[in-house]
Design a protein around this ligand. Sequence first.
Ligand code: ZN
Length: 116
Amino acid sequence: MISKEKLEEFKNRLSKEKLQILSDIFGEEIAIKSFADQSEGDIADKASEFYESQLLASISGVQREIIDKINEALKRIEDGVYGKCKICGNAIEIERLEAIPYTDICSSCAKKASRR
Ligand SMILES: [Zn+2]
């Protein structure tokens, strides 16, 4: 089990990483705008979600893949299933999460996948 503090830490790291990628592509101002008001309830939430999806629609390739993975990871944190391997269902090693916070498979499944 990952502690609440640790989850919060991963959440912060994931958010920062996402902001960093968006800043690299669109500039800081726009990136921050897509994050703005997220704490101010449903309507603001939906507005920034909409804004973010518009931003996402204009990027592709590796950066898009990473952002998608980060978003999935953030959702898993919310759903309380973060850190669980989506292939075997075992807990993902904490060291692996520290290295790649948005990963959704454990290291042994990752090894098997790369061997294929
Ligand atoms: Zn696994």
